[in-house]
Design a protein around this ligand. Structure first.
Ligand code: NAD
Length: 517
């Protein structure tokens, strides 16, 4: 069969798949409703190109319907006891545990990551749910008796109102779960705009919310892209916005939402450096570096995308790094033999290829070539592990977030030089240092301008009971994701100062009326 007839067949297949594909609905006020959309976008399996569904590009009217539902649900929801709201989070956690395989398979099907990574993502979501269950403790305020004679002052935490989250493609369930449980357990109602590239796992979450009997309108889902985001940012009914995505979008969201008087937390993209000192334990360091650089095909905001060797660490690790990287296999995430899955889209694939070619033109050495990975499934967006060696700070491979399985390697002579290099990057999400030298760790952790530091740990993402806290262009706002910051973000404080004229100040009630107790 000719290439031309093959192409025609595959075009026919895509058209047939599109016709058969389900058009997704929004979830508003506890009902699945068709969007008043101006267009549709294909949701595809990145390992095969198969069209899984079609996502509507909702508009202002769809967002306003969701905001109306969330506003209508707010008075009853916020007046329920903290314990009652927490019960729903316990129930959600139980459902996540029971349906971990279904959720993980959905993450792999629409996002591409290998199943073990997808399960880890659901497990991280369960951890967030567990932390949110501590709200009867974490939502407590403070009280001081006797700020003046007979006068107490107390601070309560109250919900902010209607909160919205706008999420990226690379963690279809975990990133929405960074916000949803904390928002609702604190008494807010919620509107989610998932990435249009991975909307299907959020749909499952809404079905689960239905099953646990969450009151209608407490959580709403609106599909779409830029128009939905702009409608959220401009809606007078939305009080707080959480965003996760690339740097430029984060900056834009932060500015526009803040201009409209909303509370905002906007997490941006990253370029994460892994510094290897001469005394690092070679085998374990190499396996951590590979996991960090190539896990989820490099599409993690915490992916170690730049390796910096210090002094003799270069000689110690480079040959092992190449040898081990060449053993990694790109393939369908459902295949247990795959070390890494596809990247999210043909456009991402092209962008990553272009970044590799630019690196080579600018003088980097191709230590491991993943441009044409062997025996990957047809129709998928595959790039194999790629290592660019001798990258210089001025090259694009050092400056841009490639967001694919490409590791840039740089060599310096001292820890001071490494620190200066890392601090010269405008982003500051995560970083790792590999060494057994405690003094080097202290120095690095103290001086580095990055929010999350790993010591002999490749992906230093903080657990859900600590804040996930990028710095500089990786984060715009004050309060980070999860940990105590989540309760701060999703509540506002009210301080009440009170006295009662009928109460005495000497330990006796009603002394002015002459009663004695
Ligand atoms: P993205 O910025 O393209 O999209 C994120 C969300 O914003 C999506 O829902 C999308 O529909 C919307 N959006 C995109 N462009 C927009 C625009 N111009 N106006 C309005 N809305 C817009 O990001 P992505 O490609 O989905 O995700 C990858 C990026 O996210 C990477 O840069 C990665 O580092 C970053 N990320 C950061 C973190 C973190 O914790 N800092 C976590 C995960 C991902």
């Amino acid at each position: 069969m000719t290439t031309e007839s093959n192409t025609l067949l595959s075009e026919d297949k895509t058209t047939a798949e599109k016709k058969a594909a389900r058009i997704l609905s929004n979830y508003v006020g506890g009902r699945w409703v068709p969007a008043q959309a101006s267009g549709l976008v294909d949701v595809t399996n990145p390992a095969s190109g198969e069209v899984l569904a079609r996502v509507p590009l909702s508009g202002v009217a769809d967002v306003e319907a969701a905001v109306d539902a969330a506003s209508a649900a707010l008075p009853d929801w916020r007046s329920r006891s903290v314990g009652e709201r927490t019960e729903f989070i316990y129930a959600l956690r139980e459902k996540f545990r029971q349906r971990i395989d279904e959720l993980a398979e959905s993450v792999t099907r629409e996002g591409g990551k290998v199943l073990s990574d997808a399960r880890a993502e659901v497990t991280r979501s369960i951890e967030v749910l567990e932390v949110a269950c501590a709200s009867p403790m974490t939502m407590q305020g403070r009280v001081l008796e006797g700020v003046s004679r007979g006068i107490n002052t107390e601070t309560f935490r109250q919900p902010v109102g209607v909160c919205a989250a706008i999420t990226p493609f690379n963690f279809p369930v975990m990133v929405p779960m960074w916000f949803l449980p904390f928002a609702i357990v604190c008494g807010n109602t919620f509107v989610l705009k998932p990435s249009e590239q991975v909307p299907l796992t959020s749909e499952i979450v809404c079905h689960i919310l239905d099953e646990i009997g969450l009151p209608r309108g407490v959580v709403n889902l609106v599909h779409g892209a830029h128009d939905v985001v702009n409608a959220i940012l401009d809606s007078p009914g939305i009080n707080a916005v959480s965003f996760v995505g690339s740097v430029n979008t984060a900056k834009y969201i932060y500015r526009r939402a803040a201009e409209k008087g909303k509370r905002v937390q906007a997490l941006g993209g990253a370029k994460n450096y892994m510094v290897v000192m001469p005394d690092a334990v070679v085998d374990k360091t190499v396996s951590n570096i590979l996991g960090s650089a190539f896990g989820n095909a490099g599409q993690r905001c915490m992916a170690g995308s730049v390796l910096v060797t210090v002094g003799s660490a270069k000689a110690a690790i480079m040959s092992k790094l190449k040898e081990e990287a060449e053993k990694l296999v790109a393939g369908d995430g459902r295949d247990p033999k795959s070390s890494l899955g596809p990247v999210i889209s043909p456009a991402a694939c092209e962008r990553i290829h272009a970044a590799i070619e630019t690196g080579l033109k600018e003088g980097a050495e191709l230590l491991v070539d993943g441009r044409r990975p062997k025996s990957t499934p047809a129709g998928g967006n595959f790039v194999g592990p790629t290592i660019l060696n001798n990258v210089k700070p001025e090259m694009r491979a050092a400056r841009e977030e490639i967001f694919g399985p490409v590791l840039s390697v740089m060599h310096v002579n001292s820890l001071d030089e490494a620190i200066a290099l890392v601090n010269s990057d405008p982003r500051g999400n995560g970083t790792s240092i590999f060494t057994e030298n405690g003094a080097a760790v202290r120095e690095y952790s103290r001086r580095i301008e990055v929010g999350m530091v790993g010591v002999n740990i490749g992906v230093a993402a903080s657990p859900a009971y600590f804040p996930f806290s990028g710095w500089k262009d990786s984060f715009f706002g004050d309060l980070h994701v999860h940990g105590w910051d989540a309760v701060e973000f999703f509540t506002r404080k009210k301080t009440v100062t009170s006295r009662y004229f009928s109460a005495g100040t000497t330990g006796k009630f009603f002394t002015e009326q002459g009663d004695k107790h």
